[in-house]
Design a protein around this ligand. Structure first.
Ligand SMILES: Nc1nc2c(ncn2[C@@H]2O[C@H](COP(=O)(O)OP(=O)(O)OP(=O)(O)O)[C@@H](O)[C@H]2O)c(=O)[nH]1
Ligand SMILES: [Mg+2]
Length: 429
């Protein structure tokens, strides 16, 4: 069983890189040093060698160049630098065409890394057996696909990656996309040297239409949320870290630092897993008409000890305001102009030191967090998990799922894409 963290294009690669920064979850050495790399593997794809070279936590063997002439080229291949120079000039249509021609090479690549993938001759027993059957131990159970929608490469190749991952496992892999929405505020350009906001909106609409067909759920990371920053470009690092932490916690937290149900006050089954995340992110799971939902993620964190408590272990416990933590987590979601009240479902993870989970004045009130989410969500489908933290921090990470039609930002982007199309037609006329 493997989780795959795939990055496409510059933004996608950078976020995956940030997730694999968490290669030691045991800061204080209280837990065995399990980390994200025991659960999942990174793989990044880009058309520009330079972006790949900027990555710190994804080894060259996990990097692939996409080049019109050469197809998919592994980062360790001699001559890589000469082959992967092109880029797609911010044009996802071109990236899509090139990737279409070379998509079948992905099957070879996956085959080399994940044995023969799913055992096709014997797939009648269902996915539950994946964990126990050694012949399938290396199959890809879940894939997270990170990509920017405003550019060319990630936007154009992302849908192909999702389709080929699924096809490799005969549809067994669940794929969640984490898609960066461009900042479409202001007319000219949201990047200094980037394409216009209108063009990025057009790209985003193009990419989303294709992505929706291939994945089980889409988490939106809206760059408009950080557009108030003077130079948003310079702040991507912090924003990537924020999202990487939230996703890392939700995916890896319950597995790496799982909690004993009897220790937790207020909820019966405090464990969530990635399957629950996928279910929460999709509509109509298990039916013919399963469609991807659109999620936004948020995270709030507070210290469980005052600073003096760090020095003197038995003093300085702080009261934890659980209601404020939940509100903040939901309000810090990665989607601009989104109304929590419009969300249909939610899944959340509380992470806290075990001493703060048993009830009492210094504890996280899990019931309060759950209640807050239930009140906000139309479908009353709220799934709450609890995992241990080995630091003196309590955090609430919340993933809210919306229907596409309830998201104003997507309407705004579609309108901007239409306007861009009209403008360019007039120019060409
Ligand atoms: N949140 C975030 N957004 C980014 C980051 N890097 C770029 N972006 C944004 O993501 C969108 C796509 O840009 P890139 O990822 O650079 O594009 P690409 O996929 O490499 O495609 P090309 O146009 O071929 O270079 C744009 O809206 C960028 O502003 C990042 O590290 N984090
Ligand atoms: Mg690029």
């Amino acid at each position: 069983m493997t989780y795959l963290f795939v990055g496409a294009g510059q933004a996608g690669g950078a976020i995956v890189d940030s997730i694999f920064d968490y290669t030691d979850d045991s800061m204080l050495g209280l837990f065995e040093s399990t980390d994200i790399s025991t659960l999942g593997r990174p793989m990044v794809f880009n058309s520009t060698m330079r972006d790949l070279q900027n990555l710190s936590n994804v080894p060259a063997g996990d990097q692939y160049g996409v080049a019109e002439q050469h197809g998919l080229v592994q980062g360790t291949e001699p001559g890589f630098e000469e082959m992967v120079t092109g880029g797609f000039g911010r044009n996802p249509v071109e990236a899509d065409e090139v990737m279409s021609e070379h998509a079948s090479e992905l099957q070879t690549i996956f085959g080399e890394r994940f044995d023969d993938g799913y055992d096709r001759a014997d797939d009648s027993e269902g996915a539950e057996d994946v964990q126990t059957d050694p012949s399938r131990s290396n199959t890809i159970q879940f894939a997270f696909l990170f990509l920017g929608l405003g550019g060319g490469t990630g936007c154009g190749i992302g849908p192909h990656l999702a389709r080929e991952i699924k096809s490799f496992t005969d549809g067994q892999t669940k794929v969640v996309a984490v898609a960066v929405l461009p900042n479409t505020r202001g007319g000219a350009s949201s990047d200094d040297d980037g394409p216009s906001a209108g063009r990025q909106a057009w790209n985003a609409r193009y990419g989303l239409e294709r992505l929706e067909e291939e994945v089980d759920g889409i988490i939106l990371m809206d760059n408009q949320r950080i557009s108030y920053l003077a130079s948003a470009g310079g702040e991507f690092g912090e924003y990537n870290e924020y999202v990487a932490t939230a996703i890392h916690d939700m995916v890896a937290g319950p597995m790496l630092s799982s909690v004993d149900a009897s220790e937790v006050d207020g909820i019966d089954t405090p464990d969530i897993d990635v399957r629950d995340i996928v279910t929460s992110l999709s509509f109509g799971v298990g039916t013919e008409e399963s469609t991807p939902g659109y999620g936004a993620i948020g995270r709030s964190v507070t210290m469980t000890r005052s600073l003096s408590g760090y020095l003197l272990p038995f003093v300085g416990k702080r009261n934890i305001d659980s209601a404020a933590l939940s509100r903040l987590s939901a309000s810090k979601q990665t989607l601009a102009n989104a109304d929590v009240e419009d969300a249909q479902k939610a899944i959340a993870l509380i992470r806290a030191p075990s001493a703060t989970l048993g009830g009492g004045s210094h504890s996280v009130e899990t019931g309060t967090v759950k209640e807050f989410l239930e009140r906000s969500c139309g479908l009353n489908e709220v799934n709450l998990g609890v995992a241990l933290s080995d630091r003196n921090l309590a955090s609430v990470t919340t993933l809210l799922t919306y229907r596409r039609e309830d998201i104003d930002r997507l309407k705004e982007i579609e309108a901007a894409a239409d306007a861009y199309e009209r403008e360019t037609e007039e120019l060409l006329a």
